[in-house]
Design a protein around this ligand. Structure first.
Ligand SMILES: [Zn+2]
Length: 756
């Protein structure tokens, strides 16, 4: 579904005000009120429409009744467990549309498979205000009770798991409008021509036909057979089977959808349409019709705007995989709603908007939404985020990468709330710009996180995955595909963006030093300052350093709220001129520079080896020198000390293992920073000076060395164990060194050349 544009919102408001004022005060709408509405913020507008749109069309008594029924529906949500005990295979929908009485009258046959041993009762969704004449099974009437928006049917016998049963429900009535539209009798043109169209998403198919109205139970196929005035045309899902002239002023049009389809995507459009067609040539050379049903008064607008659809199918087929319903058609039928709706193989198009973005959006839903459908309405971004992202994909295919980025920047959503919809009780809580725009940004960001080629590989794998093709998907299942294809752990990414709120607010600062003719070292301090959840968006961040003529790109991984990075730059063109965080807008973010404070920079320490001399340092930058350093928690390995004024870690470790310690650095104005470091010291295979390998250093080692040097005795193992003075030779000096150590308090033996 295409979100309502501001233009469309204005249209609805004008309609809404007209109805409301007429109903409640008996006056025509006044433009002053409309102007007041035009000055409302989008949020206020949305809530105004939410309160008034549906209710403005009916009187007060009816409103109360509607509210009561909606409440009833809510209370029944937990009661309809028998709906999960069967799986629908097929529907045949037949009804006659009487445009004078605005009554539809017909039947729906449902074939389903029991999922439960001894199934005796099933429940079918149908709104309370439709009349059920009878429910027929195997030629006989079976008991039904229609309470609230559910028909409870007692089957003619118990059905065990795997067995198939068929029910035909005869019904009639004037369908209640619900949600965005449901079934609508309306008019178009001047003079007005009657029309009947539908928009059932998310759970309003049940207002006009009896069905199991949940997105995760797709019928394998559906026949849709509509009797309508003979001067009207009926378009619907799938392929046209027949049009029969009943010679009584009516025709019967039969459509058949042979691909799996969920209830909210079943649609009919009936009025005095004019039609035209294009052909799409598939990647395998087959041709498929692209059919348009347009109001006669819109003939020229549609003729100039719609044919680009063929190019779009081609572009998407190449990016996402072949058009999913290639054995049937792609159709677009005009209707009178402000937005548009991706009915399977037959999108309902707003009769007032011809934007490429809308055409592309609905078309892409044939892949994302129709072929693969969100498992439930919490997951609606799997439909709408993908379709909104596909708009940008279309413009990228027709232009430059910058066009793509610009389009994405036009869809920035910076408000709160999670993309995963928590409240699915109204269309307004489900279909908000968060799932459209921020949902699109999640895919845009994913593209950068996994890399361009991998991203398209993910979409290809998603399209082909037999677990989801023609079926349903959840965010977590999609995450698993992304992880499989990319080899990356994306748990944090999806957690942050789908179940978190807002976006990272970056603050950055940096200083640089020159350490060679063209060599620079840049110290970058980057932090996230948002106070919402998550506190840390864990993802790679592009850092671009500009030298006055070129950008030097470094990608840093940010998984802490505050991090320091050291970036080396070799640049003959000159010193760093400026620095950009996510210059190409791969992240939904804000980014502000700040002055560089005093920082103790976490830079992983080099590993050391036991008995080998060690040198590394902790680095403080910024603030006012001189600095002082101390250990405030944990322990250094024995033999290593921290220089109190230079931050140098030096010495010869005599123990091995993993050492964790916290360094505190203080600058001259008492700015204090603490960083926890880890230092790994590998175990030595020998004790320095232990020439005979006895496990201790004593006079026997001196004897052993003399024996080796002068009498051809065995060599120390390894030879470095005998190199007590670290000279890289084993000779009489080592024996002397050991004697000094053992008897005269000389320095400890060194670990030979290993110390190098
Ligand atoms: Zn959509």
């Amino acid at each position: 579904m295409y979100k309502l544009t501001s233009l469309a919102l204005a249209v609805i408001m004008v309609l809404g005000i007209g109805h409301q004022v007429a109903a409640e005060s008996g006056h025509d709408h006044n433009s002053g009120t409309i102007n007041d509405l035009r000055q409302m913020t989008p949020e206020k507008l949305r809530s105004y429409i939410q309160e008034n749109h549906d209710m403005c069309r009916i009187g007060k008594a009816e409103r109360l009744e509607r509210a009561r029924q909606l409440q009833l529906e809510e209370s029944q949500k937990n009661a309809d467990v028998t709906q999960w005990q069967f799986d629908v295979n097929y529907y045949e929908i037949y009804f006659d549309i009487n445009f004078t009485t605005e009554i539809i009258d017909g039947y729906v046959t449902m074939q389903a498979t029991s999922l439960f041993d001894g199934l005796t009762q099933v429940q079918i969704d149908l709104y309370w205000d439709m009349t059920v004449d009878s429910v027929i099974q195997n030629g006989s009437q079976v008991t039904n009770s229609h309470v609230g928006n559910l028909i409870t049917v007692t089957l003619d016998q118990p059905y065990d798991s795997g067995s198939v049963f068929t029910l035909t429900t005869y019904y009639n009535g004037h369908p209640t409008e619900g949600g965005f539209q449901a079934f609508e009798f309306g008019t178009h043109g001047n003079p007005p021509v009657k029309m009947a169209t539908t928009l059932s998403e998310p759970y309003f198919a049940r207002t006009w036909w009896p069905c199991k109205d949940y997105p995760d139970d797709k019928a394998d196929s559906v026949d849709i057979i509509i009797r309508h005035p003979d001067n009207f045309v009926c378009s619907s899902n799938g392929t046209l089977q027949s049009i029969v002239d009943n010679l009584d002023g009516t025709k019967t049009t039969h459509w058949q959808e042979k691909y799996p389809i969920t209830t909210y995507l079943v649609s009919i459009c009936v009025t005095n349409y004019m039609t035209f067609s294009n052909w799409y040539v598939a990647m395998n050379g087959d041709s498929m019709p692209v059919d348009y049903w347009v109001y006669p008064e819109n003939w020229s607008s549609a003729n100039s705007s719609y044919p680009i659809t063929v190019d779009m199918i081609e572009a998407y087929a190449q990016k996402f995989g072949e058009y999913p319903f290639i054995g049937e058609k792609y159709g677009m039928s005009q209707f009178d709603w402000g937005g548009s709706m991706e009915h399977q193989t037959n999108t309902s198009m707003s009769s007032s908007a011809y934007y490429q973005s809308i055409i592309a959006h609905e078309l892409s839903h044939q892949w994302y939404g129709d072929m693969i459908t969100c498992e439930n309405w919490h997951e609606i971004w799997m439909n709408e985020g993908f379709a909104s992202y596909s708009e940008a994909v279309w413009f990228e295919s027709q232009g430059t990468f910058q066009d793509y980025i610009n389009y994405m920047n036009g869809m920035r959503y910076t408000g709160g709330g999670t993309i995963w919809v928590t409240d699915t009780t109204s269309v307004w809580s489900i279909f908000n710009s968060r799932v459209y725009d921020k949902g699109a940004w999640v895919l845009h960001m994913l593209r950068h996180v996994v890399g361009d080629q991998t991203f398209w590989d993910i979409l290809a794998a998603y399209y082909d995955d037999p677990r989801y093709k023609w079926g349903n998907i959840t965010t977590l299942e999609f995450r698993d595909i992304c992880e499989d294809i990319s080899g990356k752990d994306l748990h944090e990414f999806f957690d942050d963006w789908i179940w978190g709120e807002y976006y990272p607010q970056f603050r950055y600062s940096y200083i640089y030093e020159q350490y060679g003719p063209d060599d620079y070292i840049i110290y970058l301090h980057l932090r996230q300052t948002q106070t919402s959840n998550p506190q840390v968006f864990d993802m790679p961040v592009d850092i671009d350093i500009y030298d006055g003529s070129n950008y030097h790109l470094t990608v840093v991984d940010m998984d802490e709220r505050e991090e320091d990075y050291i970036i080396y730059m070799n640049d003959a063109a000159g010193a760093p001129w400026s620095l950009y965080v996510d210059r190409n807008d791969w992240i939904l973010k804000s980014s502000t520079s700040e002055s560089y404070g005093f920082h103790l920079i976490y830079d992983p320490l080099d590993d050391g080896t036991q008995y080998a001399s060690y040198t590394d340092s902790v680095i403080a930058k910024g603030g006012t020198e001189p600095y002082s350093f101390s250990i405030v928690a944990g322990n250094l390995p024995a033999g290593i000390t921290l220089g109190a004024t230079d931050g140098m870690l030096t010495g010869t470790p005599t123990e091995n293992g993993l050492f964790t310690f916290t360094v505190e650095a203080v600058d001259n104005t008492s700015n204090t920073k603490q960083v926890e470091y880890t230092l790994t010291i590998a175990e030595s295979t020998y004790i320095p000076g232990d020439a005979d390998g006895s496990g201790s250093v004593d006079i026997d080692d001196v004897v052993y060395l003399i024996n080796y040097i002068f009498s051809g005795g065995p060599a120390p193992t390894p030879i470095d164990a005998g190199d007590a003075d670290g000279s890289c030779n084993v000779d009489i000096d080592d024996a002397v060194y050991l004697i000094m150590y053992i008897f005269s308090g000389g320095p400890a033996p060194q670990s030979g050349c290993v110390s190098g």
